[in-house]
Ligand binder design. Structure first.
Ligand SMILES: [Zn+2]
Length: 442
């Protein structure tokens, strides 16, 4: 049975929503209500970054473009939709198997303010105040498709990552498609952020990985290629899951208990990351697949995309195998074994950053170089831009020249700090080619 929670647009005025708003207020302030927001956990504070992200660090100031207004408001709408869903959840549905259908919404200013005040989620102005961060990326690869950095699937529309800095992680969205697509993808990613895994099997479910929109017979008026008639669905059971966990979380302090499995995944992901980082530099984005048994032991582990060399891969594998046990699966997760597809972005500096520091070093060392020197420098750079280590990776011709070059690089002040970086240190190998006349440097 389907229940229409989002009415058609012409009904969607502040006054038609008034009963809902009243319900929201009652629900939040009457102690015996269906909701049990714990004051330390809720609302989830959401920061939508107004600036488009350039992946891993360093962007020239002119590259700091604002997120287009339509996209930004689509993100706001997605957040409000979740608040609306949770706040409007009826106490006793007549049919436990019913499905809520989500139609396109545009909140009025009043609704916007009311949900932001009383909702399940709330907007904040500063990243450091946030429990959940929404970022967008618009950088393109050679084929002109938006790329989302560390995500290894081909061209996903968005992903949620368990970023330790924020309690509910970080969502990265690809800026493409129309505003409705952005809202729909964001609704799905927020689902992950609050603890949902993919909903297998059933089409027309918000948490289905691919068939999340409803078309055709269920219900018949949902049309895929009509933005205003496109639908999403979420089951009562899914919403009850969130509700139960909200209640379970009450009084348990700032950590969410309802995201048990996501917490477990985070712990596995970051434990492995620590091991990989401890092994120093890795030149390529590496992917691995890990099968764990419910007791936390490793059933199998494979590297599905190399970290840069066979040797590095072997080191990483043997180090992870030494972990031996990741701890029992949480009791709420009933699988006997589970698969983890993990991806780790290389700890090289970005290409853009590399280019800029090559230019800075060129300006410093070219005056002392003979006409046709070629060589390579290898640098280890800290998060704040300080150079921690400089080595000659390929001689510039003779040891005396190499020593002079190292000397000059040491005289440099720090480079630009990395922006929002997940690694404390990054590596760069810089090639210096045949000397160009100075006036051709740019
Ligand atoms: Zn997903």
């Amino acid at each position: 049975m389907f229940r229409l929670i989002f009415p058609s647009r012409q009904l969607n005025t502040f006054f038609s929503q008034l009963p809902l708003l009243l319900l929201a207020i009652i629900v939040l302030f009457v102690p015996s209500s269906v909701f049990a927001f714990d004051s330390t956990d809720f609302p989830i504070r959401v920061f939508i970054d107004p600036i488009i992200k350039i992946n891993n660090s360093f962007a020239a100031p002119e590259a700091k473009l604002p997120v287009p207004e339509q996209a930004y408001s689509a993100f706001q709408q997605g957040v409000l939709d979740w608040s609306r869903l949770m706040v409007a959840l009826p106490k006793d549905p007549s049919d436990v198997n019913y499905t809520l259908i989500l139609r396109r919404q545009t909140s009025t200013k009043q609704e916007f303010e009311a949900y932001n005040r009383f909702g399940f989620m709330r907007f904040v102005d500063k990243r450091e105040d946030a429990d959940l961060v929404i970022e967008s990326v618009d950088n393109k690869d050679a084929r002109g498709k938006t790329i989302l950095g560390r995500e290894f699937q081909p061209y996903p529309l968005g992903y949620h990552t368990l970023d330790k800095r924020y309690r509910f992680g970080r969502i990265v969205m690809a800026l493409r498609g129309n505003d409705l697509d952005l809202r729909v993808v964001l609704l799905h990613e927020i689902g992950h952020a609050i603890g949902f895994e993919h909903f297998k099997g059933e089409k027309c479910n918000l948490m289905n990985a691919t068939n999340y929109t409803c078309v055709g017979d269920s219900p018949p008026d949902c049309v895929l290629n009509n933005a205003n008639a496109r639908c999403l669905a979420i089951t009562d059971g899914q919403l009850r899951f969130v509700e139960e966990q909200l209640i379970a979380a009450k009084g348990k302090g700032p950590k969410m208990t309802f995201v048990d499995w996501r917490q477990y995944q985070l712990q596995v992901e970051s434990r492995i990351q620590d091991e990989i980082i401890a092994l120093g530099e890795f030149k390529d984005d590496g992917n691995l697949t890990l099968m764990l048994l419910a007791d936390g032991s490793i059933k199998s582990i494979d590297i599905t995309h190399s970290f840069g060399s066979r040797e590095k891969d072997d080191q990483i594998l043997s180090r992870i195998k030494q972990i031996d046990n990741f701890g029992k699966f949480p009791a709420t997760h009933e699988e006997k074994e589970d698969k983890f597809a993990l991806s780790y972005e290389s700890n090289q500096v970005s290409e853009r950053y590399q280019k800029s520091i090559t230019e800075i070093i060129q300006a410093k060392i070219y005056p002392i170089l003979p006409l046709k020197p070629m060589g390579k420098l290898h640098l280890k750079i800290a998060h704040d831009g300080q150079v921690i280590q400089t080595e000659i990776a390929q001689s510039f011709g003779n040891p005396i020249l190499d020593t002079r070059i190292l000397q000059r690089v040491k005289e440099l002040k720090a480079f630009t700090p990395f922006e929002d970086d997940e690694y404390q240190e990054r590596y760069a190998t810089l090639s210096f080619e045949e000397k160009q006349p100075l006036d051709e440097l740019r």
